[in-house]
Design a protein around this ligand. Structure first.
Ligand code: MG
Length: 257
């Protein structure tokens, strides 16, 4: 097994747990849509939101999930059949309006309290140590994320890790992760690129790209995915289901059973 030349890592749900930030931003956006809601979320709502967050594909669905939970939808029914558009209609809102509210409250939070916003992110146990061991080594580590690159660099810098501008492909890159991986391969050997991501759909999208056949794909079991996603990955000939314990070990241990 050849070691990778490039290790591409998703950020949220792989390196960093942004659940506090998701929930707080979603709650603030929900309150813009439902001004009668209390300033602080009811006890227990965070935990219920966190368990169902893997269902969310786009940001606008997060305030909608809060609405569904506030309306009394059960965890089991939402897990079985998450219908964001139906709940959106129940909220009497549009995707655009919810998405805009979410962007606005996030921008305001960052503008007024960037330190607090950054502090609502937590790196998963062992991740920073793992990245430190890779730093300066032969493997080029890049972050491929839908978060803005500057926030990724700031969050990593707070942990004493510096990634170059060229090694963070953030939201501003405005292209699917599949396209970023193609650029990283750049006509070279795709088997030398390894990609760790917590969203199964993103890995499935990469799988459909012929020029990326051979790139190693890992689903981060500790991230925002469901038991169903993990079962799919376990039975997938291409995708490797990676645990956080294995992530912390040497790269060769990721693919050795
Ligand atoms: Mg992710």
């Amino acid at each position: 097994m050849a070691a990778p030349a490039i290790l591409a890592l998703d950020f949220d749900g792989v390196l960093c747990d942004g659940m506090r930030e998701y929930f707080e931003s979603a709650w603030r956006a929900y309150r813009r849509l439902r001004p009668g809601a209390p300033p602080r979320p009811p006890a227990g709502l965070f935990a219920r939101f966190a368990r169902l967050r893997p269902l969310v594909e786009s940001g606008w669905e997060m305030p909608v999930l809060i609405h569904a939970l506030r309306a009394g939808a059960s965890r089991a029914s939402l897990l079985r059949d998450w219908r964001p558009d139906a709940w959106l209609a129940d909220l009497a809102a549009t995707r655009e309006a919810v998405g805009a509210a979410l962007d606005r409250v996030r921008d305001e939070w960052i503008a007024h309290d960037e330190t607090g916003w950054l502090a609502s992110h937590a790196f998963y146990p062992g991740v920073i140590e793992r990245l430190r061991r890779l730093a300066g080594g032969p493997v080029r580590v890049v972050v491929v994320t839908t978060k803005e690159g500057r926030f990724v660099r700031t969050l990593l810098a707070r942990q004493g890790l510096t990634l170059g501008d060229a090694d963070v492909y953030g939201k501003e890159a405005r292209r699917p992760k599949r396209t970023t991986l193609l650029e990283l391969v750049a006509g070279g050997d795709p088997t030398r690129v390894w990609f760790v991501e917590d969203r199964l759909r993103t890995l499935e999208d990469v799988k459909r790209e012929p020029a990326l056949a051979g790139a190693r794909l890992f689903l981060a079991a500790w991230g925002y995915n469901t038991a169903g996603d993990r079962a799919t990955a376990r039975n997938d000939g291409r995708i490797v289901l990676l645990t956080l314990a294995r992530f912390a070990r040497t790269l060769s241990a990721w693919v050795t059973y």
